[in-house]
Design a protein around this ligand. Structure first.
Ligand code: NDP
Ligand code: 2IT
Length: 449
């Protein structure tokens, strides 16, 4: 295991996020390799850490002043052993190959856990949608798709949203794909409802996170009712995590964006959340404006060079990091332990550092990794693909019921797999091993490809 990690590090020394995701995974799967020596001979791990294909391309576009702008576009097609590449697109200035490889790597095992036939991929660009006009976003998306379209397809690679890519961007991307390919197909998910989207897809990641959290608490004979919760982020995942937590009787006291966070001691209720959704999704404003509307709340600006994130200093029962990678470090985790948090459920991808995870698990805190807990989004993307293929639409209730069943099934798989390997309650091991075995078996069946 350490040899493989070292090879990955030596080959691409600058890819820190990718190394982190690979290390967490390798730490879990050792016992599977011991009982399946054939995986070693077939070099399954060595193949898993090498993307099947990486596409990198120039994205030139004209801004509103008529100036030429150039961004870098990437799509990582990581593994197609159990289905076509599937995973989101991220538009954020921090995007680079390391971040997209870590996301694509985690997506492979997440998608395997969903029970649906989807391989793993991820893509994006170092484009910053913040402060751009709708026309600029449209021109960027059109230019991005002018190259991407030749690499994707409803049976090849099906992108969706992630940070900075929501319904607006999916619409512009789809419009250009349709024009170039001369086909109306389910090549993207997260589409709007009236042209092929699925009910519940916007809500799916956040709702799924809370369905998963409910199952976790149930193992301790507890429920979300009256639990005080810290949520980070104020985007798609954070909004619908908060909405479902409120519905289940929990009290959410924080939300954040990359500039800072709000703490509302009285709890964010449905009306306040609706205001945040308009702020973020329509006006595209900053979370600090919340305190102008609700002066009882406190806004704290966050200095990104600080050694910890103050949102995690608050007393709470349950914690839902829903913004981005590495937002809970060792010190944050120690603060959560000190405050006697009982559960951390990851809505974002890899929001907790390796050191942070160790602190939480050593303290006996219930901890669920994003690849299990946030799989509801891609699951409903899979259901959107099914509906597109069948050329029909399911009702809200039908999709929500299926989402709930999938999250319960992922939870059960994690718990049973962890117990089978002698680590009861270890969701990290459960998720990694169960996802790995499904993909490894498919790779063994398909030979050296
Ligand atoms: P959005 O773009 O809708 O929201 C992202 C939120 O996180 C914003 O509040 C944003 O603040 C904040 N954020 C982003 N980058 C940073 C950063 N570098 N530092 C601090 N805060 C940051 O994205 P989503 O809600 O879709 O995604 C959130 C997380 O969930 C990501 O990790 C994503 O990979 C994961 N995820 C998303 C799924 C989906 O279906 N959308 C599915 C599964 C996982 P600001 O506005 O200031 O940038
Ligand atoms: O990280 C993720 O699972 C997503 N961004 C959703 C991917 C998808 O294809 O819906």
């Amino acid at each position: 295991m350490s040899d493989i990690l070292q090879q990955v590090k030596d080959r691409d020394p600058q890819e820190r996020e990718f190394h982190q995701a690979v290390e967490e995974f390798l730490n879990s799967v050792q016992p599977v390799l011991e009982i399946n020596p054939e995986y070693r001979h077939a070099k399954i791990l060595e193949r898993l850490v090498e993307p099947e294909r990486v596409i990198a391309f120039r994205v030139p576009w004209l801004d509103d002043q008529g100036q030429v702008q150039i961004n870098r576009g990437i799509r990582v097609e990581m593994n197609s052993a159990i289905g076509p590449y599937k995973g989101g697109l991220r538009f954020h200035p921090s995007v680079n190959l390391s971040i997209l490889k870590f996301l694509a790597f985690e997506q492979v095992f997440k998608n395997a856990l969903t029970t649906l036939p989807m391989g793993g991929g991820k893509g994006g660009a170092d484009f910053d949608p913040k402060g751009k006009s709708d026309n600029e976003v449209m021109r960027f998306c059109q230019s991005y798709m002018c190259e991407l379209f030749r690499h994707i397809g409803p049976n090849t690679d099906i992108p969706a949203g992630d940070i900075g890519v929501g319904a607006r961007e999916i619409g512009y991307l789809f419009g250009m794909y349709k024009r170039l390919a001369n086909e109306f197909t389910g090549v993207l998910t997260g589409k709007s409802l009236n042209w092929g989207g699925s009910l519940i897809r916007p809500q799916a990641t956040g709702f799924g996170v809370v369905y998963f959290a409910k199952e976790m608490l149930f193992t301790k004979e507890q429920s979300l009712k009256d639990k005080v919760c810290l949520v980070s982020g104020a985007g798609n995942v954070a909004q619908f995590t908060t909405q479902k937590l409120i519905e289940f009787g929990a009290k959410v006291v924080t939300m954040s964006d990359s500039s800072g966070y709000i703490y509302d001691e009285n709890g964010i209720d449905d009306e306040k959340l609706a205001w945040i959704m308009r702020l973020k999704n329509v006006r595209r404003g900053r979370i600090k404006e919340y305190t102008q509307k609700y002066p009882e709340a406190v806004y704290t600006r966050v200095d990104s060079s600080s050694d910890h994130h103050p949102v995690w200093d608050h007393k709470a029962d349950c914690v839902f990091p829903c913004a981005t990678q590495n937002e809970i470090n060792q010190k944050d985790a120690e603060n959560l332990v000190k405050n006697r948090v009982i559960m951390v459920t990851e809505g974002a991808n890899m929001p907790t550092t390796l050191e942070g995870i160790n602190v939480l698990m050593d303290a006996g805190i219930l901890f669920a990794p994003g690849k299990a807990a946030n799989a509801g989004g891609v699951s409903v993307s899979g259901l959107e693909m099914t509906q597109n293929s069948m050329r029909l639409s399911w009702t809200r209730q039908e999709v929500d019921d299926r989402l709930n069943i999938i999250m319960q099934s992922i939870h059960k798989t994690c718990v049973e797999t962890a117990a089978q390997f002698g680590m009861p309650g270890n969701y990290v091991m459960g998720a990694n091993i169960a996802g790995f075995v499904k993909v490894a078996e498919a790779m063994m069946d398909q030979g050296v490809v």
